[in-house]
Design a protein around this ligand. Structure first.
Ligand code: ZN
Length: 85
């Protein structure tokens, strides 16, 4: 197996890199490696997708307002047959 050990070293930093928390020097080192390592390019791409996905989750609309939820529950309870007794 000709696995580049440097990759493993960089994988730990990819998260920080995507978060923009990596120092300029580490960034440059990582980008330099990415240029010549298709494996890491792929890894970064999939990691980027995951991060994008997480950010989209943050954009989800807030849950129903409690008043509306109460009204829906009340409505459902009224439609239940056993409530007619
Ligand atoms: Zn690599």
């Amino acid at each position: 197996m000709e696995r580049n050990d440097h990759c493993l070293d960089l994988i730990d930093r990819l998260n920080d890199y995507l978060d923009g928390e990596l120092s300029a020097a580490s960034c440059a080192e990582l980008e330099e490696h990415l240029r010549q390592c298709p494996e890491c390019q792929e890894l970064l791409a999939s990691l980027q997708q995951t991060v994008d996905l997480l950010h989209h989750l943050d954009d989800l609309p807030p849950p129903l307002p409690p008043a509306l939820e109460d009204r829906l529950i009340h409505q459902m309870q009224q439609q239940m047959p056993f409530k007619q007794h």
